[in-house]
Design a protein around this ligand. Structure first.
Ligand SMILES: [Zn+2]
Length: 317
């Protein structure tokens, strides 16, 4: 199960590399909800991200995310600084990504900030910095009562209402990120860190890239394939006689004319050597072995009885 998933994720990241130019170490924009989830499920941020993304990662926290985290933190009376929450890793683990959205660079809404980094251009949605988004849902708000009373109370209780708002914002952030082509989304779902499948805008671009490659390489590949098949046939044919009698094996792959000539040579050689015709029938299986044998004896004199040299080799060693 675990191995299957990591294989799937490796393949997915490979597709992001090919279609969108992602490279390790992957830059991961981590949001406040992810940090809370990672902490509450007792995960280790860096190893968890690297396992999920199947590569080296460089997690980053935007200034606006930091502001959102610190917003409700109490002040330590002794130092007069805000207390860092337990779920916030030190800057050595999670460096700050400076972002400036206005003149006095006051922090803006976290989700808005992240979306503006994921797609900085106004006219076209493009993740040109190759960021990965790592996010999670905030915890479900706890309602104190059940039944009708709770339904009524929910509207009145600002904390609960705020909780549901936060969930909606988290969902809107993921929706927004999916609408930008080429944004891998890491998401903590019930204590498991997952990598979302490609969104349809991403998939659209990827398919376009693949098709372009296919179109460009079509003739080339077709030619190569045909050539490869011919070569295989030729090799099989060549095995028929004693392979030790073949000279200059290097030219065979590049020089077609030479290969033909060699075929003729070989035919002649076969006649000369008086190889048994039965050898030809074993060739399918014997082909790779024979090739190896030939390499061993490049410098050596051709020996009689083509079947033996391999064992002679071993004896000599
Ligand atoms: Zn920001």
């Amino acid at each position: 199960m675990r191995a299957k998933r990591s294989k799937k994720y490796r393949k997915l990241m490979h597709q992001y590399e090919l279609a969108f130019g992602f490279r390790e170490p992957y830059q991961v924009l981590v949001d406040s909800n992810l940090l809370r989830a990672v902490h509450s499920f007792k995960m280790d941020l860096l190893p968890a991200l690297e396992r999920t993304l199947q590569g080296q990662v460089k997690p980053l926290l935007t200034k606006c995310s930091l502001a959102a985290i610190m917003a409700n933190q109490p002040v330590n009376p002794r130092t007069n600084n805000q207390v860092r929450p337990d779920f916030l890793p030190p800057p050595t683990t999670l460096p700050l990504r400076h972002c400036s959205h206005n003149e006095d660079s006051t922090p803006i809404d976290e989700a808005e900030c992240l979306l503006s980094l994921l797609s900085p251009l106004a006219d076209v949605k493009r993740n040109k910095e190759h960021y990965i988004l790592a996010t999670a849902d905030p915890p479900m708000p706890k309602e104190s009562n059940s039944g009708q009373e709770a339904g009524r109370k929910r509207k009145r209780d600002p904390a609960v209402e705020e909780g549901f708002q936060a969930i909606r914002r988290a969902q809107a952030l993921r929706r927004g990120a999916r609408s930008i082509p080429g944004v891998p989304i890491v998401y903590v779902k019930r204590s498991v860190m997952i990598l979302e499948p490609m969104s349809s805008p991403s998939e659209g671009i990827r398919e376009g890239v693949e098709q372009d490659k296919f179109r460009v390489g079509l003739n080339k590949d077709a030619g190569k394939k045909a050539e490869g098949e011919n070569r295989k046939k030729r090799e099989v044919k060549k095995k028929e006689p004693n392979p030790l009698s073949v000279k200059k094996p290097k030219k065979r792959s590049t020089d077609e004319g030479g290969a033909k000539r060699k075929d003729v040579n070989r035919a002649e050689a076969r006649e000369k050597n008086g190889d048994e015709p039965e050898r030809a029938t074993e060739d399918g299986e014997g082909a790779p072995k024979a090739k190896r044998r030939r390499r061993h004896h490049k410098g050596a004199k051709p020996t009689e009885g083509g079947e033996e040299p391999a064992s002679i080799d071993i004896a000599e060693d």
